[in-house]
Write a protein that binds this ligand. Structure first.
Ligand code: AMP
Length: 280
């Protein structure tokens, strides 16, 4: 795998190696601390594309809490191994200053409910930063296809909207959410959980699974989510931010079940913010 540390190095590599031929370039943007969730995106991209660019950039503009940015895990040596094994061709590791062309800055973005509800509401400014960095990374990498995990379900809706407007030729590929053997959604932030924290956090995915099963058995969706909400709220050490049914395309808040496709949840355990979702 080739490691390129700046947009200039990336541009030069493409000019020198592709000689103007249009290749099928796949792109997997990440913030590093790669795990099997990231690897699954890279593997999918490597099956569908001739060249797979994996980027690692801890993007400052999408963090609404300074402490979260400072404590975000950075594990480059291991990331190189994971990305290479999964089939990455290029590991692109630009600095924020390089990708933003100066001091990192994100324009406010208003896509209606998809940027203002749930993650957009809980993490003010978060999606402004996501849109800014993905837009700039797309300009630098110029991929044909870009791969995003459905763990960040709302992010996919935001990226699709941004890409439709600004990069209509890039295909956004939504990939499966990967869990550990106990059901916990894999996340770079899980490294910060103690063993007890991991056990507590497993309740999140267990409750999602139970909601989906109850709905399948004919229990009303709203009632089913309410039961899960009560259960999670009563767990000591777990701070529930939200659990709700949503339509993954609109993310509009409706107290009624209007075309819910997923149940989404956000909670904190040991100060670590965790999100998860399940398809209905
Ligand atoms: P991050 O490094 O957290 O910004 O994530 C980079 C990409 O990996 C995003 O598209 C995420 O949705 C995706 N991703 C993170 N965790 C998982 C997971 N457990 N399963 C599938 N995709 C994931």
């Amino acid at each position: 795998m080739i490691i390129l540390k700046s947009t200039i190095e990336l541009n030069n590599w493409f000019i020198e190696n592709l000689n103007g031929f249009v290749e099928n370039v796949g792109f997997v943007p990440t913030m590093g601390a790669l795990h099997m969730g990231h690897a699954s995106l890279i593997e999918k991209a490597s099956k569908e594309c001739q060249i797979v660019v994996v980027s690692i950039l801890v993007n400052p503009t999408q963090f609404n809490e300074k402490a979260d940015l400072l404590s975000y895990p950075r594990t480059l040596e291991n990331d190189i191994i994971v990305a290479e094994k999964a089939g990455g061709t290029i590991l692109f590791t630009p600095s924020p200053k390089d990708i933003y062309g100066g001091t990192p800055y994100a324009e406010p973005v208003d896509y209606g409910p998809i940027t203002s509800t749930f993650e957009g509401f809980s993490r003010q400014g978060h999606f402004d930063g996501v849109v800014a960095v993905v837009d700039k990374l797309f300009l630098a990498v110029k991929p044909n296809r870009a791969y995003f995990g459905s763990k960040d379900l709302q992010q996919i809706a935001v990226v699709e909207r941004m890409s439709n407007e600004r990069h209509p030729n890039i295909k956004i590929v939504s990939c499966e959410l990967i869990r550990d053997e106990n059901g916990l959604a894999l996340s770079s932030r899980n490294i910060r959980l103690s063993y007890a924290g991991i056990i507590l956090a497993q309740n999140i995915s267990q409750e999602l699974k139970t909601v989906a099963e109850r709905v399948k058995d004919g229990v009303d969706m709203i009632d089913s989510v309410e039961i899960a909400k009560k259960k999670l709220k009563n767990l000591e050490g777990l701070e529930l931010e939200y659990i709700s049914g949503v339509n993954c395309k609109t993310f509009s808040i409706s107290p009624e079940n209007r075309g819910w496709s997923h149940i989404i949840v956000a909670a904190r355990v040991e100060g670590v913010r965790l999100i998860d979702n399940i398809e209905l």
